[in-house]
Ligand binder design. Structure first.
Ligand SMILES: *Cc1c(COP(=O)(O)O)cnc(C)c1O
Length: 342
């Protein structure tokens, strides 16, 4: 039985669920999986995660499909990305099988919070790993806590799939050229908040960051990857400072499936003049289509979608990816993990 929540109007926030699952790495090994009802963590005030930012996370979603089955989208990719993030911050990597097992447990234990098919809502899965050992000297923790919490989230587009504006501002960098941009760590988000707030003040939904070294190429779009349709091709930035988005990877594959050429390469700011469509992509929205890109420093506006309607390729990709997650379209690339609810 599903809880009677107002699924369609749930925000992308935190709604308490029944259980979370946890596992601790201590004395050189991962312990037993614990099922917890509390949403609190007891930790040492000198923990490395609090002082020196040893914190990484993931974000993925489970959906109730047309056939009633529950699917988690691209769980393996999130597991391997979390391993890479752990290595990047000198943290203990969570074994992929442990990640998988705990994800399935967290979803099953909170089955009543999985939104019904057709609501547009989903169960957001948030894995989190933090350094727990107390230390005042700067060094890696020897103890880690890995938690998977879940929370139902409403549809991203409350008023339909529509465009927002974004802006380029050269005064901010989200990450360093060879820094932590390719890892999913909280520090990258903290470093982007001032720029994001500035963008909001200008009426834009996000900052389109440029590459932090030369300020010549497009990098990431706030907390999402960026793509544009240029000469009928799906073009997306290639850079060491970008977080490899699972959604972007899926969109590239779907574009190829639709005989759309894909290019992963440097994209200069000027090339935006030739873009017929553009979007930010990530798990939260799949695609957030872009209307205008405002270059605040030069005053130039790139009108990508003057009618403010998402373009045909973005719409086709969005529809296909959404349909695969809901079991409405064949899962040809084996992206879904079916949750056994018995
Ligand atoms: C999570 C994240 C994305 C999107 O990745 P998905 O795997 O598609 O959800 C993009 N950029 C940044 C900086 C992120 O943290």
């Amino acid at each position: 039985m599903s809880s009677e929540l107002d699924w369609k109007h749930l925000p992308f926030g935190y709604y308490p669920t029944d259980y979370n699952v946890r596992c601790t790495f201590k004395d050189g090994k991962w312990g037993e999986i614990e099922v917890t009802k509390s949403d609190k963590i007891e930790m040492h005030m000198a923990a490395t995660s609090l002082h020196y930012g040893q914190e990484i996370f993931e974000g993925l979603k489970a959906f109730r499909g047309k056939d009633g089955k529950v699917r988690i989208f691209r769980l393996e990719d999130n597991a391997s990305r979390m391993r890479s993030s752990a290595e990047g911050l000198l943290m203990e990597p969570v074994p992929e099988d442990l990640f998988r097992k705990m994800c399935l447990m967290a979803v099953k234990l909170n089955e009543r919070f999985i939104p019904p098919y057709g609501s547009g809502a989903s169960l957001y899965i948030r894995p989190l790993e933090i350094g727990m050992s107390p230390s005042i000297g700067v060094k890696a923790s020897s103890e880690y806590l890995f938690i998977i919490m879940v929370t139902p989230v409403g549809p991203y587009f409350k008023t339909g799939f529509g465009c927002t504006d974004i802006c380029i501002m050269r005064q901010y960098d989200r990450v360093a050229p060879r820094g932590t941009g390719r890892y999913k760590c909280g520090g990258n988000y903290a470093a982007s908040l001032v720029a994001g707030e500035h963008a909001h003040d200008l009426g834009c939904s996000a900052v389109l960051f440029l590459d932090p070294k030369e300020k010549k190429y497009l990098d990431e779009c706030g907390p999402a990857n960026f793509f544009a349709i240029i000469d009928g091709k799906y073009v997306t930035p290639k850079s060491d400072s970008i977080l490899p988005s699972v959604t972007n990877k899926a969109l590239m594959q779907l574009a190829r499936d639709m005989d759309i050429e894909v290019e992963e390469r440097h994209i200069t700011v000027d090339e935006l003049a030739n873009a017929t469509e553009a979007g930010a992509c990530g798990t939260a929205a799949v695609i957030s289509p872009i209307g205008t890109i405002r270059d605040i420093d030069t005053g130039k506006n790139y009108e990508i979608s003057p009618d403010r309607k998402p373009g045909p390729i973005s719409t086709a990709l969005y529809d296909r990816l959404s349909a695969i997650r809901l079991g409405e379209y064949p899962d040809e690339h084996n992206w879904n993990t079916i949750v056994d609810l018995d």
